[in-house]
Design a protein around this ligand. Structure first.
Ligand SMILES: [Zn+2]
Length: 133
């Protein structure tokens, strides 16, 4: 099995995007679901869709399904797994080469995670809204 680190640290990476991706992979981003574990009165509904509790899997996969569909189509990806926790090991083993196509797929994944997290933070902390697509 290839390490998830191959998705993060490569010559063409964008460090701020790789850092957020690394935090997401490690489950260390302060999602509302995590914050509610020690602050029970926090409203946990997802700030993007106002639906289910904001977890890593919901925020970066289920809630962002339209984004993933665009990436899948533009990068010509097939057989993508159906959850965040399956996506990372799958992408690590599938996109680990040095080809331009592999690098672009890793950059798209990191950029998607980065901009989803950035938009989530804008909605929570600045009360501003930017369409994700
Ligand atoms: Zn959502």
């Amino acid at each position: 099995m290839v390490s998830a680190m191959s998705l993060l640290w490569f010559n063409q990476n964008i460090p701020r995007m790789s850092f957020i991706m690394w935090m997401a992979i490690k489950g260390k981003l302060p999602t509302l679901e995590r914050i509610a574990a020690y602050r029970p009165l926090v409203v946990t509904s997802c700030p993007l869709c106002h639906g289910p509790p904001e977890s890593i899997d919901h925020l970066f996969f289920k809630c962002s399904e339209a984004i993933w569909r665009q990436i899948i189509r533009k990068c010509r990806v097939v057989g993508i797994p159906r959850s965040w926790h399956l996506l990372i090991p799958w992408a690590s083993s599938s996109w680990n080469g040095k080809s331009a196509r592999s690098v672009v797929k890793r950059l798209c994944l990191a950029a998607s995670v980065y901009f989803i997290w950035k938009e989530r933070n804008c909605r929570i902390f600045r009360n501003s809204f930017c369409p994700l697509l």
